[in-house]
Ligand binder design. Structure first.
Ligand code: SF4
Ligand code: SF4
Length: 369
């Protein structure tokens, strides 16, 4: 099993996204952490029983500490025998030609967080200036690093979802924008209703394109559910046992040299696992094993009667875990969004998708060869 490590280079960020969960302390890692980072890979891989590691350079905005990121990559990450792949998770606004060449020559993936035409609403700069025009100027550089974009859908921008989907297809040449739901308990009835209207409009548009023999285009929440349904019902006949990597098969290395379940847990100093500087576990192995069972998607009692149980991979672990009462519960407003997605999929989309469309979707997630 491959573990995921969010290596939090800095909490500093040049943006103030409306849905961001990081605390934005003006702190970063330093080169002093280099030996501790290497040690944490060995210790936590053993604790989580992972035989390889994928490293995500994370923030804040990791490009704000470019020289440090390069130094950590050259001296630790690229050299560590367990590390098999890496990427940078970035808002992309600090990209330049030198960075593009270095990222490409080191085979580092690049995951671009960009909300398209909703950027000016949901992703302003620290000084409140808008960002959309800047993205359009940087497009030739960003497109050298990735064809995709991670787009967060929240109650702030859900009314623009359909127009945004068209923007990504027509102006950003991206047929599969990774539209991901903000999975905090922030969705009220009105925004859920808006989500349904916009999703239906997108589904109608997708079907129209199929009828016109145009290439398939889908937003991430539809393509991910198609993959989850196919895997759980036909390919492996069961869903995967984890929602996200947190507490199951990954961790965050944070700027205080302590490892937490993920960057969000780290930013809130919740559930510290391992102190890399002192080489000391703060959570005993028995507690690590207990949480792995508790957050397994197979073991959640509240889900077992749900009609989506067979394929649903649940929401954000941070939001669903109540460590005081030792329970793991779904967030009801997010379940309502999932029900809408699945209803539209079965009623409006799946009847129009051919086998080659499904194969194309599965390839997006490296499923099925
Ligand atoms: S929709 Fe909600 S209740 Fe149903 S399986 Fe998913 S997380 Fe559980
Ligand atoms: S717990 Fe939530 S924030 Fe952390 S990795 Fe999982 S989904 Fe992301």
């Amino acid at each position: 099993m491959t573990g995921t490590v969010e290596l939090v280079i800095t909490e500093k960020c040049n943006l103030r996204c409306k849905y961001c969960y990081m605390s934005h302390d003006p702190l970063s890692l330093t080169t002093k952490s280099i030996p501790y980072i290497a040690r944490s890979f060995d210790r936590l891989s053993k604790a989580y029983n992972t035989d390889s590691i994928h490293v995500s350079y994370f923030g804040g905005e990791p490009l704000l500490e470019w020289d440090l990121l390069k130094e950590i990559h050259i001296n630790v990450v690229s050299k560590h025998p367990l590390v098999k792949s890496y990427n940078i998770i970035s808002n992309g606004l600090l990209i330049d030609e030198e960075k593009v060449q270095w990222i490409k020559s080191n085979n580092i993936g690049f995951s671009l967080s960009f909300d398209g035409i909703a950027s000016d609403i949901s992703r302003p700069q620290v000084d409140n200036q808008t960002t959309f025009d800047k993205y359009m100027q940087l497009k030739p550089l960003l497109k050298q690093l990735t064809t995709g974009a991670k787009v967060m859908i929240s109650p702030h921008n859900v009314h623009l979802m359909y127009d945004n989907f068209l923007f990504f297809i027509e102006k950003w040449e991206c047929n599969f924008p990774d539209f991901s739901l903000v999975r905090d308990d922030v969705w009220d009835d009105k925004s859920i209703e808006m989500f349904e209207q916009q999703s239906k409009a997108i589904a109608n548009y997708v079907v129209k394109r199929i009828k016109q023999n145009k290439p398939l285009a889908l937003p991430g929440f539809f393509s991910l559910w198609i993959a989850d349904i196919f895997v759980s019902k036909y390919l492996y006949k069961k869903k995967r046992p984890f929602g996200c990597f947190a507490l199951y098969k990954g961790w965050a290395y944070y700027i205080d040299d302590i490892c937490y379940p993920c960057a969000r847990f780290a930013s809130h100093k919740r559930l510290p696992i391992y102190d890399a500087k002192e080489d000391k576990f703060l959570m005993p192995q028995s507690t690590i094993d207990h949480y792995r069972q508790l957050v397994s998607t197979y073991n959640v009692n509240d889900c077992k009667q749900c009609s989506l149980y067979q394929s649903c991979n649940m929401g954000c672990t941070f939001n669903q875990l109540d460590e005081k009462n030792d329970t793991f519960k779904p967030v009801k407003s997010i379940c309502k969004l999932y029900s809408i997605i699945v209803k539209i999929l079965y009623n409006d989309l799946l009847p129009h998708l051919a086998n080659n469309h499904i194969k194309q979707v599965l390839r997006l997630y490296n499923i099925g060869g």
